[in-house]
Design a protein around this ligand. Structure first.
Ligand code: MOS
Length: 736
């Protein structure tokens, strides 16, 4: 671990990840790596129709494979309760990915839905047998083509946490009267989750007690959900996930693999491991919605926005999926006099869509920030100047103050680092051999939320500090940054703080999602450390310890082995007290608009003959409030940018529009960026703390990806003179 020289200076230091050694030496055990005596292996059989019924299912041949313990179908599965209806009142219900009750009926709702699970003594036997399960179907007519659904998509509301939609003045009339306007249609494809660790679950029943090792980013809500589905008290279920190899939202919902592992373990009376293949992830874990978006901007000849219209259509599954807040950033980024924001969503017979890193804003910002660039071109104005001219003083739609907003500063600093002033504004004006070179900018935006988190801390006489919280770590440095925060709050070296996490037996914490975990847990860590300090101070007084004594000295002098403090550890999210506390905190939050923002600068090179596009330079400057750890925050932001470059140039889930079957279910045909596709990324931040947040954090998990695809598209336009409004920007869209 990087030594932090001075006490009280851990926050802000580039401390190495506390889990780094375990991961790099291979001792970290992920969900698929827990050994149990008698462990059996489960493999999923997927539906090959998108809607209808199983007419017959023949398992004889599969069952005859040596080593097969059981072929579980809707005809012989142990019971499982239906999914709870999603409700904002009981937040543990929102992790329900789909209303399908797997293997309890013969109804099929998407191509890829599990229709059987084979359990065997070896994973090879299970795989071989799974291929031999013979299913015949009664197909029904299905509705799977997104393009066909767009015209009739009904209006939807956003979710309770991230407001979307909105109206101010008369945007359509203002648009009609505008001196300058741009109006365009942008489309984005579906994207799939490709966390490096495929989902895996190891389930172990002991009577009616259950232990689940699961690759999840929400252990406490998973625990409650699983308990409900299998009819056991939540206290009987323990979900353990200390190491998760990336989540991005894909591991924030309970997908079939988790439930079927638990079901299979019950069916065979032994521990069962179910690890999805990469193809299994595509067929059973929902990804990002496709979208069709209309953006219209009207302005004065000087570039003052008079109208902003953003209308979006998304897709959800009939059995689940939440409409993404695609217009979220459009509410807050520009001081337009008149605004109209609308969201629609069409329900189709496909795998439920789900959250993927900045759901909504990452694709919504592509359309909005492309349109702003198009307006700058129409006005003959620098795109940064246009943005600064329309930078709002207060939230443009609601009139609330921003808790913190330093987007101007981010653009100024980014322009300096990137060398923006050297740019020749003319499209197709810069060449380097056969490469057309272009640069583009776009804004990043992601709202901040805050949930309540339960934390305990123990300060021991041996100088060690133990922080306990059931948060999760998916590779972003959760435990590391909380150790830094606790170290400073207690005045101890960061090396002496250990954080226990990733186990539902610990005090409950919110999910690692929505960029909210670090801020939420940090608030409780500060509170609990203040309580521990108060106990230490009163001990010091009683024991007559010298002023300025370390906690260790105080405890030694007082002859006390440790002091312990807790915040909210008597409440669980499933219980009313915890819910109310969280709701109160969310409501308090609503006095401000609170968000992380940023400015992306991108340089691309486009081959003039083949249309091949390479991102050659990247600079981003963010306003993410205070940064606890520049190393882990930088890597989160950089990861978001890389994922955004994938969105912009390569990634696309191809659904067969006739059958709803994913045609490129694997990394061989679904292209994510590799090292060679990514230039060095220059990431920095303003670093000024948000005065309304504990420690001044604004979240770093998602803001990085927002705006990225637009920055790339804007740079491609500048390089080539071609405006691509349809992601991904593949070479066929650029060949002359
Ligand atoms: Mo996320 S898409 O909130 O993990």
């Amino acid at each position: 671990m990087t030594a932090v020289e001075q006490r009280g200076k851990a926050v802000g230091a580039p401390v190495d990840r506390v889990d780094g050694v375990a991961k790099t030496t291979g001792t970290a055990q992920f969900s698929a790596e827990h050994a149990y005596p008698g462990l059996a292996y489960a493999v999923v059989v997927h539906s090959s129709i998108s809607r209808g019924q199983i007419a017959a299912i023949d398992t004889a041949e599969a069952s005859a494979i040596p080593g097969v313990l059981k072929v579980i179908t809707h005809e012989n599965a142990p019971p499982m309760k239906p999914a709870p209806k999603q409700s904002m009142v009981n937040l543990s219900t929102i992790v329900s990915a789909s209303s399908v009750n797997y293997l309890q009926t013969n109804e099929i709702h998407w191509d890829g839905q599990p229709v059987a699970v084979v359990v065997a003594q070896t994973s090879d036997a299970a795989k071989e047998a799974a291929a031999l399960v013979d299913v015949s179907y009664r197909p029904a007519e299905s509705f799977v083509d997104f393009a066909a659904g767009v015209p009739s998509a009904p209006l939807v509301k956003g979710n309770a946490f991230i407001p979307t939609g909105g109206k101010k003045g008369d945007a359509e009339a203002a648009l009609a009267a505008a001196a300058v306007k741009v109006e365009a249609r942008y489309t984005t494809p579906p994207y799939n989750h490709n966390a490096i660790e495929p989902h895996s679950t190891t389930a172990v029943w002991d009577g009616d007690r259950l232990t689940v090792h699961d690759a999840t980013q929400g252990i406490d809500w998973f625990r409650t959900h699983i308990a409900m589905r299998f009819g056991v008290p939540a206290a009987n279920v323990r979900v353990i996930a200390p190491y998760v190899g990336g989540g991005f939202g894909g591991k924030g919902f309970v997908w079939p693999g988790t439930l079927l592992a638990v079901l299979a373990a019950r069916a065979v009376g032994r521990p069962v491991r179910l690890t999805l293949t990469r193809e299994g992830v595509y067929r059973t874990v929902g990804g990002r919605t496709p979208s069709v978006q209309q953006v219209a901007l009207g302005s004065t000849v000087d570039g003052k926005l008079t109208a902003l219209v953003h209308k979006s259509v998304a897709r959800v599954g009939r059995t689940g999926g939440q409409s993404e807040p695609i217009t979220s950033q459009s509410r807050h980024l520009y001081a337009a006099e008149n605004m109209l924001l609308e969201q629609r969503a069409v329900e189709q017979d496909i795998l439920p869509t789900s959250s993927m890193r900045a759901p909504g804003e990452s694709i919504g910002s592509f359309a909005l920030e492309s349109a702003v660039d198009e307006l700058a071109v129409s006005l003959g104005m620098d795109p940064i100047e246009l943005r600064m001219l329309n930078e709002p003083e207060r939230d443009p739609l609601e009139g609330k103050p921003f808790a913190h907003r330093m987007l101007r500063e981010a653009y100024a600093e980014g322009a300096r680092r990137f060398g923006w002033s050297a740019r020749s504004p003319e499209p197709r004006s810069t060449k380097d051999g056969r490469w057309l070179v272009g640069t583009g900018v776009a804004s990043a935006f992601h709202p901040l939320m805050l949930f309540s988190a339960n934390v305990t801390v123990r300060v021991s006489a041996d100088g060690s500090v133990l922080v306990r919280c059931a948060m999760q770590e998916m590779g972003m440095g959760s435990a590391t940054v909380q150790a830094q925060i606790a170290a400073d709050a207690l005045g101890v070296p960061v090396e002496s703080v250990r954080v226990e996490y990733g186990d539902s037996a610990l005090p409950a914490a919110p999910l690692a999602g929505g960029s909210l975990q670090t801020a939420s847990v940090a608030a409780s860590v500060l509170e609990v450390c203040a309580k521990a300090r108060a106990s230490l101070e009163s001990l010091a007084k009683k024991a007559g310890a010298a002023t300025g004594s370390s906690p260790q000295e105080v405890l030694a002098k007082a002859g006390v082995p440790f002091v312990e403090a807790a915040v909210g550890s008597d409440t669980r999210f499933g219980k009313v007290a915890g819910q109310l506390k969280m709701m109160r905190r969310l409501l308090r939050d609503r006095r401000y608009v609170r968000a992380a923002t940023g400015a992306h600068f991108c340089e691309v090179r486009v081959d003039q003959d083949t249309g091949e596009t390479r991102v050659s330079r990247w600079t981003s400057v963010f306003d993410v409030g205070r940064v606890i750890n520049p190393k882990t925050a930088g890597s989160q932001l950089r990861g978001g940018i890389i994922m955004g470059i994938g969105m912009a140039l390569a990634e696309e889930t191809l659904f067969d529009p006739r059958t709803g079957r994913i045609m490129n279910a694997g990394l061989g045909e679904y292209h994510v960026p590799v090292h060679a596709d990514i230039p060095p990324i220059d990431v920095s931040w303003i670093g000024d703390p948000d005065p309304t947040m504990p420690l001044g954090l604004l979240g770093v998990g998602e803001v990085g990806i927002t705006g990225v695809a637009a920055a790339v598209a804007n740079a491609v336009f500048h390089a080539t003179g071609k405006r691509v409004r349809d992601l991904p920007i593949t070479l066929d869209k650029l060949v002359p």
